[in-house]
Design a binder for this molecule. Structure first.
Ligand code: CP
Ligand code: NVA
Length: 308
């Protein structure tokens, strides 16, 4: 069974095959309308069931478009409508039913264990659409966008992350290890990645450096990524955390330290970036959001053994 749970679960070659397929498919459907399927309709007759235990705009829409463009269909579940959330039905029975009706399941959850439990009981592939610890579809898609914009292999680029040590950064760190790109992280000392992630960096990479000063992190960057300081369901003193990150806000002055860098943000955004930078020519966030569709199509194909 091919699940898509974390970037670290895959070989470099597999991730490359997914990206290459996305590139070819994107090119081929240049003149097609949003819901016109790809000519080959490789997932005709397939049903994607997606469930969101947390809010989502992009992941919800991009997975919907992805399966539709591949010739299949999607059904989106709200957890409060299922027996599962009220405790009346187990994960194992829910997973059995999902596997009976559907062909692939995408889950956004606030509970890492739930991913593991679903994985154990599903007999269809599971895709992680964001968990407390990772957001792999976002980051694989961001690599696609970075290579699309620069026309370079990401291993030749200097990637910078300014912001919180959250799920998106964890996946970016895993990607840096797999794709061997330089990653400079700028975050306050108090908000370092978890010990587990620091250990993974120590064991696997010399190309990831952490700075407690955003200016040091951003110097010589080709791409700057950031995300909200307060993630969904972040149980912290929000005012204090935002204050702790005040020197890490991305403004024109900070961006000017890496002359040619462009900016990516998975969205939604908070106050970690000024409007001036967010709406500037350096910001490629809309292209980034749209590419989620293309890369997730290839993730779906990979999971369903349809990648040629
Ligand atoms: N970037 C992202 O996953 O956006 P949503 O939370 O809107 O899905
Ligand atoms: N780090 C953010 C990402 C949202 C797409 C969150 O988890 O809320």
């Amino acid at each position: 069974m091919k699940h898509f749970i974390n970037i670290r679960d895959f070989s470099y070659n597999t991730l490359r095959i997914i990206l290459l397929d996305a590139k070819k498919r994107k090119l081929k459907r240049r003149n097609l309308k949003t819901l016109e399927p790809d000519k080959d309709q490789p997932l005709k007759g397939n049903l994607l069931i997606q469930m969101f235990e947390k809010s989502s705009l992009r992941t919800r829409l991009s997975f919907y478009l992805a399966i539709r463009q591949l010739g299949g269909s999607a059904l989106t579940l709200r957890p409060d409508e299922l027996h599962l959330s009220k405790g009346g039905e187990s994960i194992s029975d829910t997973a059995k039913i999902l596997s009976t009706y559907g062909d692939i399941f995408m889950l956004r959850t606030d509970n890492e264990k739930k991913l593991i439990n679903f994985k154990e009981h599903l007999s269809i592939p599971l895709i992680n659409g964001l968990s407390p610890k990772s957001h792999p579809a976002q980051i694989l898609s961001d690599i696609f966008t970075i290579e699309e914009i620069t026309n370079k292999n990401i291993s030749k680029l200097n990637i910078c992350w300014i912001g919180d040590s959250n799920n998106v950064l964890n996946s970016l760190i895993e990607a840096s290890i797999k794709f061997s790109f330089s990653l400079k992280i700028g975050c306050p000392k108090k908000y370092l990645p978890s010990l587990e992630v620091l250990e993974m960096i120590k064991k696997n990479s010399h190309r990831i450096k952490i700075f407690n000063n955003p200016k040091d992190a951003i110097k010589k960057a080709d791409v700057v990524l950031t995300d909200k300081v307060i993630s969904m369901n972040d149980k912290v003193n929000k005012k204090k955390k935002i204050k702790d990150f005040s020197a890490f806000k991305i403004n024109s002055k900070l961006m000017s330290l890496s002359k040619n860098a462009f900016l990516l943000h998975c969205l939604p955004r908070g106050n970690e970036i000024t409007d001036e930078v967010f709406y500037s020519a350096k910001s490629k966030v809309w292209q980034q959001a749209l590419n989620r569709v293309h890369v997730q199509k290839s993730i779906l194909l990979f999971c369903l053994n349809k990648l040629r």
